[in-house]
Design a protein around this ligand. Structure first.
Ligand SMILES: [Zn+2]
Length: 129
């Protein structure tokens, strides 16, 4: 390490991202990251790591749309060409599927984004160190 290197501890990315996917604090992995469905806590209730520095913004929603769209659009085409279901049945199944998958992915991807920012000392996370 040279003198110009940042003077903070290493934060391995993938363990932090996995903790974020589980909606846990990226630092200790025990405390809950979110309060309610999507609100990031000010700090971890277990290890007191400050979490309010995150700037997830539209990232989790963007990733959710990206994943759900790329899964459901080809599936819709495959189901339509293979089975030719009634339009209302097709719509109902895919509407419920898209909404369910989106609601599942959104808080997990928010955890991933916050954990990624934490592990890379992005935004205010560098000042907290
Ligand atoms: Zn913690």
């Amino acid at each position: 390490m040279t003198d110009s290197a940042p003077r903070h501890e290493e934060r391995p990315t993938w363990p932090a991202v996995w903790k974020g996917w589980r909606r846990r604090c990226p630092s200790c992995g025990n405390g809950p990251l979110l309060r309610g469905y999507l609100t990031v806590r000010e700090a971890c209730p277990v290890c007191r790591e400050e979490l309010h520095h995150h700037r997830a913004d539209d990232g989790p929603a963007y990733l959710t749309i990206l994943i759900v769209g790329h899964l459901m659009a080809p599936l819709l085409l495959m189901v339509f060409t293979a089975f030719r279901p009634e339009p209302l049945i097709l719509f109902t199944i895919f509407a419920v599927g898209c909404i369910s998958l989106s609601l599942y992915l959104l808080p997990r991807l928010k955890g991933v984004i916050v954990a990624l920012q934490w592990s890379r000392y992005m935004h205010g996370f560098s000042r907290a160190a």
